[in-house]
Design a protein. Structure first.
Length: 135
């Protein structure tokens, strides 16, 4: 086989792999309108009714949303400091935090969390679940 046949064949193979990868990513992404907190489903509107809005200052400026500390307390968790919290995104990304770090954050009406003192890696977007684990 000459170069004339190998190059188009490799290009076609790369395109096929790209298409299959894209299909896989979109197929495994969860489309969900609610957020599960401690096995209870809440819409973003319900979350904003449950808790008060606050503004925090981050490295990207001020962010306004619902206090996670207040939200967890109002969602029925009796001992928030006895747990750790895993924030899960629709694309499978997740971060686990201790109560001391978690309670300083906010969740915005765009289903994104921000923390004033945590690295940006903890700023999860498109949240589908906040899992509560006993420690």
């Amino acid at each position: 086989m000459g170069k004339e046949k190998i190059i188009p064949t490799l290009a076609l193979l790369i395109i096929c792999i790209s298409v299959i990868s894209s299909i896989y990513v979109y197929a495994t992404t969860i489309e969900k309108e609610t957020i599960t907190i401690n096995n209870n489903e809440y819409s973003i509107d319900e979350i904003f009714l449950l808790s008060q809005e606050i503004t925090i200052t981050t490295v990207e400026g001020e962010k306004t949303g619902v206090s996670l500390e207040n939200l967890i307390t109002k969602s029925g968790i009796s001992c928030p400091s006895c747990n750790e919290y895993t924030i899960k995104a629709a694309d499978g990304y997740q971060k686990t935090m201790s109560w001391d770090d978690f309670k300083t954050g906010v969740i915005t009406n765009f289903k994104r969390v921000f923390f004033p003192d945590a690295p940006k890696a903890f700023w999860v977007r498109d949240i589908v679940e906040i899992e509560v684990k006993n420690i």
